[in-house]
Design a protein around this ligand. Structure first.
Ligand code: SF4
Ligand code: SF4
Length: 377
């Protein structure tokens, strides 16, 4: 069994999804580990109320295929996530419905209806020692991380490692942005969540990924693949390679490398197939981090370059409808609505890009500075 496995899947038609899983499951060692009565929780990416065609959420066709196969083995399968926003039955069921995840019920799967919160104590965490998380995971014998491949304003890319931020209850997420305003700290927090939860298997829906203004307002982009691994860090390294990103473009990868979880190159990861076959030319990435290697230098140069190079949220005024969602999610209350438009207080802004992630109109963009654009490609 290779460390990272990838198979082609051209679209979400039943026939192609079945064919892809028929190929993928043996590559990951089969499903003989699934025993009757085993409780399997699938942590999907259900970030917000968007249809599957928006490419922001794990596609229901893939989830249904996996659920069907696990249920056939006798497992009790529950799909869940805590989207950004309220973590209660009314809110989350609206997300289930919009994302069509409730289709899993047709195949014997269940949707999480336990909206309780637990507290984790995690002494092994590098920076995350205690945190709240979604209680439904406490019932799991096994956890599967089933994520979506997307560009991401704050973290460069969203795939396996980032997906586990969804175990933090929605209303608590802004607090984490406030606690970890430095993007490398935030990445380490995400890595700690992965080390705490240790999913048995991670699968990436990269049939149609998201590019551009991700993770919710970008553009669907055909990739035509499903990836799977027991190792979320090496899996993300493979995903970043497909997207044309470097390790330094994605803080979860650069911090994983520092911890010794990934090698310096995808060449050193054992793959079942040639990744070049899946490379997407000109994937429109959000290069928030391409120059941030200067950021932590404790020098005047470091501080000046950070200011000159660091990407920031930028309002496209004509697309803003003044709904106030960005002000609601901003962890440092840096946004107010003035004359029907969002206005950012730059002195307060910690560049977490929550406003960009949750703007329902995609009016908030990631803006790279001119200097950053000139210095990097
Ligand atoms: S969430 Fe988007 S549309 Fe709503 S006020 Fe903020 S920027 Fe404008
Ligand atoms: S304005 Fe946007 S990027 Fe800045 S802190 Fe608020 S939510 Fe984060």
């Amino acid at each position: 069994m290779s460390e990272v496995n990838i198979v082609k899947c051209e679209d979400y038609s039943d026939a192609n999804v079945k064919k892809a899983f028929d190929e993928l499951i043996p590559l990951i060692g089969g499903l003989d580990w699934v025993k009757p009565g085993m409780k399997i929780m699938i942590k999907a990416n259900l970030v917000t109320f968007l249809k599957p065609e928006a490419a922001a959420t794990t596609h229901p066709s893939l989830l249904c295929e996996l659920v069907k196969r696990l249920v056939e083995k006798g497992a009790e399968v529950v799909v869940g996530d805590s989207p950004g926003g309220m973590y209660n039955s009314i809110y989350v069921n609206r997300v289930y419905s919009a994302t069509r995840i409730d289709d899993v019920k047709k195949f014997g799967g269940k949707l999480n209806e336990n909206f309780g919160q637990s507290i984790a104590k995690f002494d092994e965490g590098k920076i995350l020692k205690e945190f709240p998380y979604t209680s439904y995971l406490d019932d799991a014998d096994v956890i599967i991380n089933f994520c979506k491949l997307k560009s991401h304003g704050m973290m460069g890319m969203s795939a396996a490692v980032k997906n586990l931020f969804g175990i933090i209850p929605g209303t608590k997420k802004p607090e984490f942005h406030y606690r970890y305003p430095n993007h490398n700290d935030f990445a380490n927090m995400l890595i700690d969540l992965n080390e705490f939860l240790k999913p048995k298997l991670c699968i990436v829906d990269a049939v149609v990924g998201m590019e551009g203004n991700g993770p919710t307002a970008g553009t669907p982009r055909q990739v035509g693949a499903i990836l799977a691994s027991e190792n979320p860090y090496k899996l993300d390294l493979a995903c970043s390679t497909i997207m044309g990103l470097k390790i330094d473009d994605v803080p979860t990868l650069s911090e994983s490398f520092k911890r010794g979880y990934i090698p310096e190159s995808i060449e050193k990861v054992d793959l079942n197939d040639d990744l070049n076959k899946y490379f997407v030319k000109d994937y429109d990435n959000v290069l928030t981090h391409r120059t941030l290697k200067f950021e932590n230098q404790n020098t005047i140069f470091g501080r000046v370059s950070t200011k000159l190079l660091k990407a920031k949220p930028n309002l496209k005024s004509d697309e803003c409808v003044g709904c106030g969602k960005c002000a609601e999610v901003c962890p440092v209350k840096a946004i107010e609505i003035v004359k029907g438009k969002a206005k950012i207080d730059r002195k307060k802004c910690i560049k977490c890009f929550c406003c960009q992630e949750f703007c329902p109109k995609g009016a908030m963009k990631v803006k790279r500075t001119l200097v950053a654009k000139l210095l990097t490609k």
